[in-house]
Design a protein around this ligand. Structure first.
Ligand SMILES: Cc1ncc(COP(=O)(O)O)c(C=O)c1O
Length: 363
């Protein structure tokens, strides 16, 4: 069987048509109809009043933290189990990154651990909707309200995920998305911030574009950024967005193929979906119960020899040299035993069957 990659974008006629249109229009930088359209459609989808497109998800996180007024004197709580960009954005501000443990079932930040980590310096919480499952936003918002904290959803991996029928990105002060090539929908590189807060929206827009004065061109009264998305990226993003239901339906179908093939294997745990939540299965997650990092890495090598691409779960952020060590037993257990397997739009049922057959022989 031909090598099966973990991820590849689904680029169809519509994507080619819109990007070609953007190129031909001459609007190749950060002005043009596709940017407005992408922001409009995306905010509507998330149920928020506003959306601001950015150059990527990491700049979207950074811009949101700056715009909310987080400074180097503050502490920001993030899950220890996430892609490192969640922490990097806090580091850019110079604020203290406080990493806390996750729930073993959903792999998302544990509200009880958040509560324990709050100090007088805590200013914000960044829950991450990891691998497509929403964090427990009801509990997190309750804690935030009690302590007067900002909540920024890192929804980079969870476009369309829901909690109690509400889409992520609209469940807190702001939601942050990524459109990197391996995400649910892609714009090549790109990000988006969703919010209902008008003041925050206006600040995000200003700071995204060098904080240029609205009334006096080329006058700037604070330091801004160039974190703009281009019209070319937005053209691809809009075309992909128009297919989001089809893409999410396929993600679910692929998860069901894996589930049917592997449900009777005792030592495997697949993606979990809590009651009243909608998991969008960005990545197929397989945990091999009892595995340590070394055995997990051998398994990934063996799968590769069979032509199957896989990737390890994220390492704990707190293990990296730039961050403080933290005692997060669940993060430290699950990261060692977890892998992600292929789940891209064009993946075929026979390929999933083959992957599962090989996996069953190896674990
Ligand atoms: C959880 C999480 N946060 C933030 C990011 C950053 O997004 P980007 O790669 O677009 O900068 C990513 C993705 O790569 C991510 O997975």
């Amino acid at each position: 069987m031909k090598f099966i990659p973990i991820s590849q974008p689904s680029i169809g006629q519509k994507e080619i048509e819109y990007v070609t249109d953007a190129v031909k229009s001459g609007w190749v930088s950060s002005l043009g109809k596709y940017i407005d359209l992408f922001e409009e459609k995306f905010s509507e989808y998330c149920g928020t009043k506003y959306a601001v497109a950015t150059s990527n998800g990491t700049t979207a996180l950074h811009l949101t933290l700056v715009s909310l007024g987080i400074t180097e004197n503050d502490e920001v709580i993030i899950p220890d189990f996430t892609f490192v960009a969640t922490g990097s954005a806090v580091k850019y501000i110079g604020a203290k990154v406080v990493t806390v443990d996750v729930e073993e079932d959903t792999l998302c930040i544990d509200p009880i651990a958040i509560d324990k980590a709050i100090t007088a310096k805590t200013k914000a919480i960044i829950p991450v909707h990891l691998y497509g499952h929403s964090a427990d936003m009801v509990a997190i918002n309750k804690i935030a309200k009690k302590h007067n904290l900002f909540v920024i959803e890192d929804a980079a991996e969870a476009h369309g995920a829901e909690e109690h029928g509400h889409k992520v990105g609209g469940l807190s002060n702001a939601g942050v998305f990524s459109f990197y090539g391996n995400k649910i929908i892609t714009s090549g590189e790109g990000g988006m911030i969703t919010t209902n807060d008008e003041a925050l929206y206006l600040k995000l827009k200003r700071l995204r574009d060098h904080a240029m004065s609205k009334d006096k061109r080329y006058w700037h009264d604070e330091v801004g950024f160039n974190y703009r998305m281009t019209n070319l990226q937005a053209a691809l993003g809009v075309a992909q967005f128009e297919r989001i239901d089809e893409i999410l339906a396929k993600k679910k179908e692929i998860f069901e193929w894996y589930f049917d093939e592997l449900k009777d294997v005792d030592n495997l745990k697949l993606n979990f979906q809590k009651n009243n939540y909608k998991n969008v299965y960005w990545m197929i997650c397989i945990e091999i119960i009892g595995y340590q990092e070394k055995e997990r890495n051998i398994l990934l090598e063996q799968l590769k020899e069979k032509g199957i691409d896989g990737r390890p779960f994220f390492y704990p952020v707190s293990d990296m040299p730039m961050y403080d060590d933290t005692d997060t037993p669940i993060t430290h257990k699950v990261y060692q035993r977890g892998i992600n397997l292929p789940s891209y739009f064009d993946l075929k049922k026979e390929q999933v069957k083959y992957i599962c057959e090989q996996l069953r022989l190896l674990v």
